[in-house]
Each structure stands twice: as structure tokens, then as C-alpha cells.
Design a protein around this ligand. Structure first.
Ligand SMILES: C[S@@+](CC[C@H](N)C(=O)[O-])C[C@H]1O[C@@H](n2cnc3c(N)ncnc32)[C@H](O)[C@@H]1O
Length: 619
């Protein structure tokens, strides 16, 4: 049983569900959550076109619903609840977002579009944690979304109208309710069923586990919930390949590994000679994948370096012998590399030869708008070398540039002999490629239309500035970076209508005043530095801005308990390459607060970066 510890934490808090949906109320109360229902008065009319993704729209609507309730309750009795939960469910078909039908004709239009086809159901959820200081409401917002694919049967006209006349479609996104009569229309569901009903309970619990650390076993003894059976372990909700006996310990390894280890111990204890298929340990597929992971990366790096994907871009299939000849490689070697790439899904292999997949055309060839070629080259040439010294980095607790370069680097970005111009350009190109992938999500993570000027501190080539300018045509953006970077960034400067909104300024954020702005963007900056230097940067930002100004932090956010994998895999990388580290929203919040940045909102963007928006309060 997984919910009890989380629910136990919330039992002592005032929890409000900002939704009138009886289905959401039922899902949450069935899970044992105690909450008040205060339906939000937020009008669901955000401009859908302003969002890069449908889930971005759903998450923003969920957030606005929850914040409206938090603010209203705070104003009413100056005591905000501890937690407000907002949710918004939408149905999408291709680019089309289907919400609740306005009348029967509208329901008919929606349902006939869904007939015989697969669609996505997205629920955006916002968990708003509230606190008040000096009678001011302080909120911290965690957002996430869940997607479920649903396929409808072919619906006859009769069936369609019968369903519409039942009245069920009218208050439901997409015009159907899967938990009642609408269930008869559904052929298959891929993903979380409750998400289609209106609330992704499983994902919600995972997020709660990140927000609230698991209780100790002795607390569990005290805090049993009436409707929830007692538990003796805080279980990981992640998907698990296979079951198998699980050891009671909860401190080592993830669940499949624990299962593997548990069964292995059991098997060893039994007589080795008496093994039957049942007592054999499960095949350690996941572990073997980890052991071999570096081979996968290096095959990809090598194919990129040999320009295989450039050669095949938008071309007819080619044989290994021809590719080998064109890149001056051995046929037997090239054949093996190409087969490996095909096995990895990077190439397609047919009778005619090898050809690029769509992803290879888009990301692996060196010339596309979204090319990751430079990032791959940097990973292969710089990061790879550093990773060969991971053991020493762990022993010494410092980056390892001195071992790769033979000299100690003071400031990784400014020590001139430390980087050749080629490596520097490669780094900038790598950042540019990654920034282009993330920029739209970042620019639309929050409503920034209230700001008229922004400074992208350490903004590199201006890729994010360009997206901000595109998204907010009245926004003037200054890209502030080191003189060398600004010089190289000239190669990437935007053309087109956004160019007039963007200017570049050279300087050092440790020494020089920052350009004036009412929004300061720090995208992958603070993670480069230890806390004392982060305070220096934030101090500079605070000195440059007035109350009401914003700070948009964009980083790979760890979860508070350091359990989620994504960000954690980046942690050794930061150790090897930089002075800083990845941090959790709480850690960033604690760094921001002394500089007067409060009202922190967090948006999980679904890619590898997340965003936090804080507002400067007080003088
Ligand atoms: C990790 S990159 C992030 C670039 C960009 N914000 C992005 O996310 O793509 C760090 C950036 O900070 C800049 N930088 C490092 N030290 C700086 C300093 N002291 N003053 C100004 N910029 C600096 C680097 O030149 C680089 O462009």
C-alpha cells in the first residue's frame, strides 16, 4: 500500500480541492485524502494558441484555478489553506483541443471526430503549497501533467445521438465520461485510466512523495488512516518490469534491482545444485543495459563524428560499402557501426541499404535547425574524457579539467588557456542546440506578459531570448554574457521580426552591473556555481531590480528527496565539469529568499529543464 504515508502527511494539513468535479472528489476521497472542496472561479479561457503544447495549457489552467482559490481564501480569512489542488482535463485530437461541449451539436461534432480514432486525454495538475508571512500569501506551485491514449470504436449515428440524449456528454471534456455510459464507446485505453476520469492519482502520489519525505516506520505505527490499511514500507510507485520477492530494506537500489538482489540472495541460500527454473534469479536485463550504456553512447558519437547521418540525410538508402568509401572507413567496421545504429533505432535497414530515421534527419545531421550535432561532439570530446576520471572526481570532490588539460582551471568559463576557441565555439553551439529545443517550453511555462523588459543573464547565443521575443512581442530582451561569448554569439544572431527586440551586452555577472530589466532570466546559470557564488549572482540581480520584478530560473530541478532519476544523472556531470550542482526547488527557494525573491512558482516542463518564477518583494 503506497498512499498511506503521503496521505498521513496531508492529514495534518488543510487541503483544498479547487474543483467542483464529483469524479475528482471521488478519486481523491477513495484514496483516503481528507479535503475541503472550494470550486475555483477562474474562467477557463486562456488563449490556447499561446501554448506550445496542450498539456502546457492544461497545467496553466490547473494552476490558475488553484491560485484563484488560494488567494480568495487568504483574502477572506487571512488564513490560506496549506495545500490547494487544481486540475484541468482536456481531450486532444492532433492539434485540436476539445473541452466541454457547449450544446448537443457541439457534443455531436466532438464525438464524431473521436469515432474510430485514437485521441489523447491530458490532465494538468497544480499542487499549490501556501504559507503566509507578514499577512502576505506566499505560494509554491508544483505542476505536472499526465497523458492517456484512448481509442474509440466506430460509432454509428444512432449510438452517437442516443449517448448525446442521455445528457452525459455535457459537462465532460471531449464530450464523454469513461466511467459511465461513455465507457461503452471506448475500445482501448493506454495509460492511467483515472487520468481519463479526471485525475491522475498515481502521478499525483509520486509528486506528493517528492514534496513530503516518507515517514519513518515508527510514525507509520502512530498515523494509521481509517480507510487505508497499515503499511510497513514506503513504496516506489515507478513502473516495475517484473514482480518478484522484495526485500524489506528500503535504502538500497531501485525496486527491480532490489528484486533481483532479493531473489539472488534467496537462491544462494538454497542448495545451488537443486535449482529449478522457479528458483533461478530473474535475468538482470536492466542491469546489463546499464553496464553497456557507454557502448551505446559511443556508437552514436562515432556515427556522428563520421558524418554518417549527414551523408544519409534525406537521401535514398545506401549500402555500407558506399558509406565506408565516402567517409574513408573500413567496410567491415562501418557495417558493424551501421548495424548498431539500426539496432538503436537511429537508422533504418532494408534490402536497399541504410537510411536515416526521421529523428536522425532532424537531430543528428549537423545542419538542421534542431541539430544536436555539436552537443554530441562536445559530449564525445569533452564530457567523455572527463567521465573517465569520475572515480577521482568522487574521491576529490572537484571537477577534473586539470587531469584532461594538464592545468588547473580557476573559472571554467573565463580561464583563457583552459579552452581553445574551437572548444568554446563547440560549447556555444551545443548550448544553442539544446536551448532551441527547450526555449518554447520555457517561454510559455509562465505568463510573462506583465514584463516589458528582460535580461537573459548568461544568455549565450540568444536562443531563449529569441523565443521570449517571439512569445511576447512587446518584450525587449538583453542578452548579457562574457565578451568572448558575445563575440561568438554574433554568428547566431536572430534575423526576422524578433531581431529588433533583442540586443546583446558584454559583461561579467560577478563584476559588472547588469542591464536594467523587470525580468531576469537565469537559464542553466546557477547550477554552474557553488552557493557562495550563486549568492553573488543573485545579489547582482537583486541590486538591479525593483519590487515586482521577476526572476525566471530555468534548471534541471531535482526532487526534494533526490530520488527521481533525470536530474540525478546530471549530478556527476556537474561534479566533473563545473563548481556547482543541480538543486531542488526548495534549495533554490532558500537561495532566492535572502535576496527578497518570494512567491515562487515551479513548472515541470516535461523536457530535461524545469522553470521557477519568483517575484521580488519589498525594497
Ligand atoms: C551553461 S551556459 C548557459 C547558456 C544559456 N543560458 C543556455 O541555457 O543555453 C552558461 C553561460 O554563462 C555564461 N557565463 C559564465 N560566466 C559568466 C560571467 N561571469 N558573466 C557573464 N556570463 C557568464 C557563459 O558564457 C555561458 O554562456
Amino acid at each position: 500500500m503506497v498512499l498511506c504515508p503521503v496521505i498521513g502527511k496531508l492529514l495534518h494539513k488543510r487541503v483544498v480541492l479547487a474543483s467542483a468535479s464529483p469524479r475528482r472528489q471521488e478519486i481523491l476521497s477513495n484514496a483516503g485524502l481528507r479535503f475541503e472542496v472550494i470550486p475555483s472561479r477562474f474562467k477557463e479561457k486562456l488563449d490556447k494558441d499561446a501554448f506550445a503544447t496542450p498539456y502546457g495549457y492544461a497545467m496553466e489552467t490547473a494552476k490558475q484555478k488553484a491560485l484563484e482559490v488560494a488567494n480568495r481564501m487568504h483574502q477572506k480569512d487571512l488564513r490560506a489553506p496549506d495545500v490547494v489542488i487544481g486540475a484541468d482535463t482536456i481531450v486532444t485530437m492532433g492539434q485540436l483541443i476539445l473541452e466541454k461541449p457547449v450544446d448537443k451539436q457541439d457534443a455531436y461534432r466532438m464525438l464524431s471526430q473521436l469515432s474510430g480514432r485514437e485521441h489523447s486525454v491530458f490532465t494538468g495538475v497544480a499542487i499549490v503549497q501556501c504559507s503566509s508571512q507578514d499577512k502576505e500569501l506566499d505560494t509554491r506551485v508544483l505542476q505536472f501533467y499526465e497523458e492517456t491514449m484512448v481509442k474509440f470504436s466506430e460509432l454509428s449515428e444512432d449510438l452517437l445521438w442516443e449517448y448525446i440524449h442521455s445528457g452525459e456528454p455535457m459537462d465532460k471534456a471531449g464530450g464523454y465520461g469513461i466511467q459511465a455510459l461513455g465507457g461503452m464507446l471506448v475500445e482501448s485505453v493506454h495509460g492511467d485510466f483515472l487520468n481519463v476520469v479526471g485525475f491522475p492519482l498515481n502521478h499525483f502520489c509520486k509528486q506528493l512523495m517528492q514534496l513530503y519525505p516518507p515517514p519513518r516506520p515508527e510514525d507509520l505505527q502512530r498515523g494509521k488512516h481509517d480507510s487505508i490499511p497499515a503499511v510497513d514500507a514506503f513504496e516506489d510507485l515507478s513502473n516495475v518490469d517484473k514482480g518478484g520477492p522484495e526485500p524489506a530494506r528500503r535504502d538500497a537500489g531501485s525496486r527491480p534491482e532490489k528484486a533481483e538482489a532479493g531473489v539472488a540472495r534467496q537462491a544462494t541460500a538454497e542448495a545451488e545444485g537443486n535449482r529449478t527454473p522457479e528458483t533461478l534469479p530473474p535475468f538482470p536485463t536492466r542491469l546489463l543495459k546499464l553496464i553497456n550504456g557507454f557502448k551505446v553512447s559511443k556508437a552514436l558519437f562515432t556515427a556522428c563524428k563520421l558524418k554518417v547521418f549527414d551523408l544519409l540525410k534525406d537521401e535514398a538508402p545506401q549500402k555500407a560499402v558506399d558509406i565506408a568509401r565516402k567517409v574513408d572507413a573500413s567496410v567491415c567496421g562501418m557495417e558493424r557501426l551501421l548495424d548498431a545504429c539500426a539496432a538503436l533505432g537511429l537508422l533504418e535497414k532494408s534490402e536497399q541499404g541504410y537510411s536515416n530515421t526521421e529523428a536522425a534527419n532532424l537531430y543528428l545531421a549537423s545542419d538542421g535547425d534542431y541539430s544536436l550535432h555539436s552537443f554530441i561532439a562536445y559530449s564525445s570530446e569533452v564530457t567523455w574524457n572527463l567521465f573517465t576520471h569520475l572515480e577521482l572526481a568522487v574521491r576529490e570532490g572537484t571537477n577534473q579539467h586539470h587531469r584532461v588539460l594538464g592545468k588547473t582551471a580557476g573559472d571554467v568559463f573565463q580561464d583563457v588557456p583552459y579552452r581553445s576557441p574551437e572548444t568554446q565555439l563547440q560549447f556555444i553551439q551545443a548550448m544553442h542546440g539544446l536551448a532551441k529545443l527547450n526555449a518554447r517550453h520555457v517561454a510559455t511555462a509562465f505568463d510573462l506578459s506583465g514584463f516589458s523588459s528582460a535580461c537573459d543573464v548568461g544568455g549565450c547565443t540568444g536562443a531563449l531570448a529569441q523565443e521570449l521575443a517571439r512569445e511576447y512581442p512587446r518584450l525587449q530582451v538583453t542578452v548579457f554574457d562574457l565578451p568572448d561569448t558575445i563575440e561568438l554569439a554574433a554568428r547566431f544572431q536572430p534575423t526576422g521580426p524578433q531581431a529588433a527586440q533583442i540586443r546583446f551586452a558584454a559583461g561579467d555577472f560577478f563584476r559588472d552591473p547588469l542591464p536594467a530589466a523587470d525580468l531576469y532570466v537565469l537559464c542553466q546559470i546557477l547550477h554552474d556555481w557553488p552557493d557562495d557564488k550563486v549568492h553573488k549572482i543573485l545579489d547582482r540581480v537583486a541590486q538591479s531590480c525593483k519590487p515586482g520584478a521577476g526572476v525566471l530560473l530555468v534548471e534541471m530541478l531535482l526532487d526534494e528527496k533526490r530520488q527521481a532519476r533525470g536530474g540525478l544523472m546530471q549530478s556527476p556531470n556537474m561534479l566533473l565539469q563545473m563548481e556547482g550542482r543541480e538543486r531542488s526547488p526548495g534549495e533554490y527557494q532558500r537561495l532566492l529568499e535572502p535576496h527578497g525573491f518570494r512567491q515562487v512558482q515551479v513548472a515541470r516542463l516535461g523536457g530535461f529543464l524545469d522553470a521557477m518564477l519568483a517575484t521580488r518583494v519589498g525594497p
